[in-house]
Design a protein. Structure first.
Length: 358
């Protein structure tokens, strides 16, 4: 499976090359593949805030590289560079609030900094840590793809229609994807008849990114309005809803792209299995439940306008971009440490004690 996934890999969104961060500008897809170069922590923070790069693991990886860029500038400026670097930690942490991978990656960089020994080259150490964060995310996705496929195979042997939401693919991660990684692998194993991709209003991650990634690999995909999901579950024989996550709390509640919660409610009503795929860097054991998660609210213009053109009446808009799916609506959480069925606090605690499976 691993080799077949590696061979099928076509999309990459993050490239650390010659000491600078190259990001594929996701705002322009699918029409233009333009790479932007970030040379400072502030530039990376702006890229995350403006959604040039998006997806929970991808913003964590980018923030880690951003910190390397910050450290290089602070070291060159001399003086107490570690104290000065605090401003870069802050600007990166302030870029988006909901996905915990961002804070997880920054914490890991901070811990590595605290373990520096006399004689270490701080820049080389931080760069190696950021690269390790990036590489281990790709590896985690390969492991989760295998676990997700095993689960699907346990429940069905023939190709079935699946539904997904937002973009959880190579664009959103260090490679392959979380939910989309499972879907890719399931397709290679002959278990996917068609992928129904929610368009994912208002930013259209499904229409612009997921549809593009799947079409590039020749995986049969139909785009649907978010509001069509329940109807499709009822009429198209969908067997699985497979989504990613931005933060999973200690009790198994899941924050993910707005619209995920209503998918889970509808999936339960229609007897469709609901799978969440996320690396352990998305799990926040410090928060008891989804009620504690800060939900990002973005500019109402994302709803009121389409491609810069006003389409709505002259009213206010409310634009929460994530929601919380309660644990009791979830059949499986798939991580690189293993699978949790019908998550609850005890099972999540047990999972987090396990080692990674790769
Ligand atoms: O606002 P976005 O595009 O960053 O939101 C992305 C999502 O909600 C994804 O489903 C989630 O980050 C998982 S990506 C592997």
């Amino acid at each position: 499976m691993r080799e077949r996934l590696l061979a099928a890999e076509k999309v990459k969104a993050i490239d650390w090359r010659n000491g600078v961060l190259h990001l594929l500008d996701q705002r322009l897809l699918p029409f233009e593949e333009r790479w932007c170069v970030c040379e400072s922590a502030a530039a990376v923070a702006e890229a995350i805030r403006g959604m040039l790069v998006r997806g929970a693991p991808a913003i964590g990886i980018s923030a880690a590289y951003g910190l390397v860029l910050g450290a290089r500038a602070r070291l060159a400026a001399g003086g107490d560079w570690q104290a000065a670097l605090e401003a870069d930690f802050q600007v990166l942490a302030d870029s988006r609030p909901t996905a915990v991978n961002l804070f997880w990656a920054l914490n890991r960089m901070r811990e590595r900094l605290q373990r520096l020994k006399v004689g270490d080259d701080p820049l080389a150490v931080l760069e190696a840590e950021a690269v390790a964060i990036h590489d281990s995310d790709r590896e985690a996705n390969l492991t989760m793809a295998q676990l997700g496929v095993d689960l699907i195979r346990q429940h069905q042997g023939n190709p079935q229609p699946l539904l997904t939401h937002c973009n959880t693919g190579a664009l959103a991660t260090g490679g392959f994807g979380t939910a989309l990684g499972v879907i890719r692998a399931a397709y290679l194993e002959g278990l996917v008849e068609r992928v129904y991709a929610d368009e994912t209003r208002p930013w259209l991650q499904g229409a612009r990114l997921t549809a593009w990634e799947l079409a590039l690999e020749g995986i049969p995909v139909s785009l649907n309005a978010d509001a069509a999901a329940a109807h499709l579950m009822k009429t198209k024989g969908i067997t699985w809803v497979i989504v990613g996550a931005d933060r999973i709390t200690a009790n198994g509640d899941v924050a993910n792209k707005i619209g995920t919660y209503q998918l889970a409610v509808n999936a339960m009503h229609h007897g469709v299995r609901f799978m969440v795929v996320a690396p352990s860097s998305t799990i926040d054991m410090a928060l008891e439940s989804g009620d504690d998660i800060v939900i990002e609210e973005r500019d109402g213009r994302e709803l009121l306008e389409l491609a810069g053109q006003r389409v709505a009446a002259d009213v206010a808009a409310v634009n929460p971009v994530f929601d919380i799916t309660p644990a009791d609506l979830i059949d499986f959480i798939v991580t690189e440490k293993g699978v949790v069925e019908r998550p609850d606090a005890a099972k999540m605690a047990q999972l987090m004690c396990r080692k990674r499976l790769h």
